[in-house]
Design a protein around this ligand. Sequence first.
Ligand code: ADP
Length: 456
Amino acid sequence: HATKKKMADHLRKYEALFTLTPQRMRIVVEAFKESLELGLAKHGQVVPMIPTYVFGWPTGQETGSYLAVDLGGTNLRVCLVTLQGDGKFEITQSKYRLTEEQKQEDGQILFDFCAECLKAFIDSNIESGVIEKDQVLPLGFTFSYPCAQERIDHGVLIRWTKGFGSPNTEGHDVVAMFRKSLAKHSVPAEVVALTCDTTGTLIASHYVNPKTRIACIFGTGCNAAYMERAGDIPKIQELGIDPNAEIAINCEWGAFDSFEHENLPRTKYDIIIDETSNKPGEQAFEKLISGRYLGEILRLIICELIDEGVLFLGQNTYKVEIAYSFDTAFLSLMESDPTDELLMIIGIFSHFFALETTLAERQFFRALAKLVARRAARLSACGIAAIVSKMNYLEDGCAVGADGSLYNKYPGFAERIHEGLQDIFGEKGKTIVTYHAEDGSGIGSAIVAAMTKARR
Ligand code: ADP
């Protein structure tokens, strides 16, 4: 009983640190809105608000066959998407795992590999009669790394992220490089559009659900996209785009509150994560929310309690003391453990960390997971609310397409976002509803390619 009381006492301290009141959330929303406006007003702001050159929503009537190539963080995916109109589609795809060496190889060699995989994919589809011989298909290229774009089929890589380091790529137009590789291998495909996964998700979600106004990604990182009136983007006025045209904005909102750290409620664990990260000061919003960090926040709390002599006295704790050893998927499992004894949590600690736990400790860990994940969901709600409020979406309500393992697999993540939206907006918050989005990097990319062809 003594330990039980003690763990409950500790929990109160963390509850105070990780709980966000509705009032605090509204303050975050106001600051967030200002950051979004600033990003649209000037180049080089904290939240970059990148114009994607995707003009307007799909009609839902886009049809035809398109190729999509997605150079992701872990895999290369090549897809054949057949758009059937009425928001319907078919997709076939192949995945190729990227090795760590490939991610560091010369950029042109990396794109050569993409072209070779695409050629093999097309050849097998010709054999099975799905693609006609001598047919040159339009292709959407999904490349989710920060690029400076001047038009839809162009993008200069600003810097690699997600562990890539291929030389001779930063500062180059990745579409031109990819086209060169396609020509070298005589691949019958024409690159017509370059997009990122978030913009693709926005377009794909709207194709099947026209109430969609916003898309969000909650995976290793976090990001959002929405559609803006060109006239309300002061920083691109000199391009002479019709002010009433709509253009998709890739917010790159993970950067909100970077450097100054004035607006987000950071705990000392968040500060440790930031300061020991390879990019201190950057991606401040993302560091409180995304899958890459939630497990690490919980691990740092556990380590603090080990240091204070509260947890695991007399046990060897070296495994749990390894940075980033506590995956966010463990938090998911801990929260969804259906047993009274919390057998799943016993398993996680004994199997992965060689540690024995008491029931009181396991209940404490589960409560901690809930605190950390709930804060992440409520902060996500703040970001969504900032866009909703800026764009006046509350009146008519809107749908928010969301994707990523955190959103799709963490129990209750969506419900907690919805709860947060109601805390911010009151009853009206119920009109903003998130849902699992369509595959943005495959289908979205294909639809963007179709829209681009139609504009020509
Ligand atoms: P990516 O963002 O790299 O394209 P994902 O959307 O799959 O890929 O996100 C990966 C992130 O999601 C990782 O940080 C991982 O820890 C986290 N994750 C994986 N499985 C789960 C899960 N079941 N619950 C919560 N988070 C998860």
